[in-house]
Design a protein around this ligand. Sequence first.
Ligand code: PMT
Length: 406
Amino acid sequence: MQTLAGKKILLGISGGIAAYKCAELTRRLIERGAEVRVVMTTAAKEFITPLTMQAVSGHPVSDSLLDPAAEASMGHIELAKWADLVLLAPASADLIARMAAGMGNDLLTTLVLATDAQVVVSPAMNQQMYRNLATQDNIATLTQRGMQIWGPGAGQQACGDVGPGRMLEPMDLVQRCEGYFGPKPLRGKRVLLTAGPTREALDPVRYITNHSSGKMGFAIADAAAKLGAEVTLVSGPVHLTTPANVSRINVSSAVDMHAEVMNQASAHDIFIGCAAVADYRPQQVAAQKMKKTDDSDTLTITMVKNPDIVASVAAMAQNRPFTVGFAAETEDVEQYARGKLVKKNLDMICANDVSVAGQGFNSNDNALTVYFAGDATRPEGKQLLPLASKAELAHALMLLINDKIS
Ligand code: PMT
């Protein structure tokens, strides 16, 4: 689909091993209808050749501020005005530092100073360089100036280190560009949601948890932000990158999650409880590590009920957001989901059958059946969102919610 038809994207490549992914990124952007012009720093040319980028983009690559021939065709000010979006990928620590300092000492930094378009920075560097306070301060400065920061991802790095600093994958960047240019029906709406598991401590080193990866909730946060909403994500412990334009609050236990959500809920229009919240927690949390004993082969732990977060939001007397729950079921899915819709007084519930392999917990795909409560003006109903990637499902779900609240 030509989701980026007519969009002019200026791709700024700086020196980093992830530059080799820019050929793929450019192809995917063009495939969706975008026009891509490439600007490279001197260091970038050590990692991918201008000839390759010229071949995939279909245009000569710009790399010099002081090249009379290049200035005669499309000069740097013209190029800065031409762009609808300036995407800096990979953005090295050096490029980020030079931009934070307001420098214009090469073509790319000059373009960043001269453009009116949204500038997006996709950091890519060694994890220690990324964590360095100087880099973090520079990124904070760019954010304050209105630049968007996409990524980085975390994982194995080319240098052998493991941690944050990987450039987002080309398709992830493409999807974010689609989100940036896509329609914004949720503009002006504030969405609060929970994602991931909770951890219920037994002692300082042990806890009870579940298999939630946070993928479904993070996909919903991402979809809501792309559709224009202001999004607050209250997340249990997960290993996921915060989606662009989402404010994230990290929590651990159900009690913490409950407190944070109740603190935020009245300032939001929509609440979505996607977290797999522990229904119970150990009554006692041992102050010291519990020891194995020789006198018994069994251990009994007394559990007490956790507060029900989604039900607490649905019970709010004032400024109650439109409240959406999830139901993770392994049998009688419809019956249990409808039961939770009524018992928790929800406006909508998304049922997933987590007994089916390849969907539900910790998978990239899912399938949902959404049940919605009726009122004086609308009948109750049901809508199937068939098996798809969590990103696609999240987009469809947010459009459905938008439809219900409009
Ligand atoms: O994170 P992933 O790996 O991507 O997996 C996604 C998912 C399977 C976790 C997700 O799609 C999902 O189903 N989330 C809800 C899981 C769950 O706890 O379901 P439940 O049927 O036990 O709870 C019903 C609803 O009550 C949920 O909205 C839950 O967030 C909420 N709840 C439950 C207990 C509690 N103490 N407070 C709550 O708010």
